[in-house]
Design a protein around this ligand. Sequence first.
Ligand code: BTN
Length: 253
Amino acid sequence: MREPHLPPAYRLITLDTVDSTNAEARRLAILGEEKAPDGTLIWAKEQTAGRGRRGRKWQSPKGNLYCSLILRPEVPTEQAAQLSFVGALAACDALNAISPPGHIVQIKWPNDILLNDEKVGGLLLEAETGGGKTPEWVIMGLGINVAQHPSRVEFPATSLKASGWMVTEVDCLEAFSRHFMAWANTWLEQGFGAIRKHWLWRCKGIGDKIEIRLAKKTLRGVFKDIDQDGALLLKSGKRELRITAGDVFFATA
Ligand code: BTN
């Protein structure tokens, strides 16, 4: 496989195998800024203990993209979670940039990437706030099903290969790194409002009936919007609910 060419702001660490690139990024991040500056990017060919959102496992055989970016943004700690929307936007645009014609790449709240309505990727954000005004570090993990995808999952999954794309993990990594830089700059210069607007354009299901599965209950209603913190606003009967975590499912026609 060819070497990735990334913008110079990144410092790439390539591994054949690792438990989880997020775990490895965390081990590096706690060593401090000198050892792991902003822009350190861990890329592994496979993971033995890949993790997903909400404590789930992320199946990580060879052939897919697994990477984690160490970020040290100088923003108020409470704004750091907005980076998951920046990352989803970048991943969505990265896939669109390398897509063959006729495919639809969208975002499923909060940061799943859909290809033709099936899940093809996801992001996992982890942060150490350290109680300070700005976060010590934020780790943005991205997984994209390039060649393989899980079969028995709650939300249908696909891979780029199964959808007929002739691209590699390196193509995805390069595209993501470029698009992330651009959207991160927009976020730093213009704030979350600009990110939210572009995120909403790419989001599946706004205005539609959806189901949100939480740990212990399922909510149903119409997906109205996301608010200034990225929470999902659900109109359920006469009430408007504000959801900060959960899994979205779409009504089938
Ligand atoms: C999800 O949709 O549940 C998020 C999946 C995130 C998976 C990526 S793969 C690279 C990084 N390392 C991990 O252990 N998880 C993330």
